[in-house]
Design a protein around this ligand. Sequence first.
Ligand SMILES: [Zn+2]
Length: 268
Amino acid sequence: MSPPEAPRSRGAYRPRSVEQRIVFLTGAGLSARTGAGVFRGPEGLWALAPEMEEAMHADRLPASLPRLWQVWGHLARLAADHGPTPGHYAIARMGAPVITQNVDGLHQRAGSGTVHELHGRAYTAVCMDPGCDWEAPLAPGEGPRAEDHGAPSQCPACGSPVRPDVVLFDEMLPEAAMREAAALARTADVLVAVGTSGIVFPAAQLAPLARAHGATTVLIDIDPPTGDFVRAAYDHVIAADAHEILPDWERTLVGGGGGRNPFLEPFG
Ligand SMILES: [Zn+2]
């Protein structure tokens, strides 16, 4: 006879103390209110603009570069104009490390010190020659040319084309970020997935990995997925707005603790 399943709640959950090692795993839902939207699902970018998804495959390079600049430059521009959300700020103020599928740099702008970006950086230009390490920050704008986003079309170091530093379909994820993410998952006391369906590789592996190593796993999403995978990966599923839940956690864990830390200013 198999042991009984661990009790699970689909309602309220709150980490017990800031001393717990909390690790966040974040996805597009956390940045959706910047106007960038989410990528998957019926309202997602890929459903609304299938030709954009076409352009996201690495085998379309370099012909797809104008589309890439258009899409990722636009997204980076929206994020830069909007700035971090209350959820980003709350995560930063909890001092927790972040593994993110987002490419907008908003965790760093909110003040998070440890951020592992699994899908790259839409706010950085890189050289397409894998042997060349030229890169430069972008000043994202609108348009199909690198110059529209503050980057040269050709690498100043070697003359190869320049692209946004995002991971396209069929491309390898950044090895160091993956390694660090797995290490964090293995050592977490609490792993909290926010604004991600959690069903896409590799993020889908991290919650089960954390859980197998003893972590409590939590999914916060306004419209969380259901099904066997979610039940198997998460101890708690909170169907709520992360921008309300996370600031509430932050106030409880670090904001009202009798002056244990300085994170008392209101959210920007
Ligand atoms: Zn180069």
